[in-house]
Design a protein around this ligand. Sequence first.
Ligand code: PMP
Length: 289
Amino acid sequence: MKIWMDGELVAKENAKISVYDHGLLYGDGVFEGIRIYNGRIFQCSAHMDRLFNSAEKTRLEIPYSRGELVDAMKLCIKENGLTEGGYIRLVVTRGVGSLGLHPFHCPRPGVFIIADQIQLYPPELYETGMAVIIAKRRRISPSMLDPSVKSLNYLNNIMAKVEAIDVGLLEAVMLNASGNVSECTGDNLFMVKGGRLLTPPTSAGMLVGVTRNVTMMLARRAGIEVIEKDITPAELKEAEEVFVTGTAAEIMAVTKVDEKVIGDGKAGAVTTRLLRAFREFIETDEAYE
Ligand code: PMP
């Protein structure tokens, strides 16, 4: 297994970063998680847009162009023989600095790319759906740290995920400071009501998921009305269907929120239809633009 690090391919056991890297010391950095399907980079431009946007918002200058990073990702796919599926983790850290917060005392950001297999949720979960809780911990608000930045600072999400793990579950819905639904700890959230697809607007404070955008586009193409609007926890529990979207999860039904069973407790018709449309989309060239 080869890792791309600052312009070189190195063996996994030699892919190491300094204990003085601010990515490690302060979670100061940004990243992307990207799917490989059929040996190709899924939604490549959307991921590059988000990466450069995250970097700009955190005053981080990526020392490579988009083209160079895309070439590096392709090289990793080839070198690691990921001709079918896989997952890319592209990380940009603030770089090596001194033991103070000052980001601009780190002369050069560090970049590494891991291309590996991805651990999928068990296939049966796509039919039965998963149970989630509504976390007590709120999603960090945009006035604190813009959640649309995919930063290395995931403790807000991790602590909400711990609430789910503590009750034997894997995912939790996070509310924003106003008490409305924002997203899950590592996925975006959708609900179906009266045949329409509802999802919180980006103003609810969330990571604007690449899978979220693809799902909304596929729904509209299928003639399903999509509405971005604030969703209360009570509305969520009254949904006919609920599902989450994300690079790893793709489209995964949610069949229980806290103690409330959603729909008839299995993946609903709209969720199943969208998952099928998503799988078909993966087979088209458009998915890799
Ligand atoms: N929200 C959060 C907090 C995430 O970390 C992720 C990615 N794992 C998502 C949403 C989904 O984004 P995407 O579809 O781009 O993977």
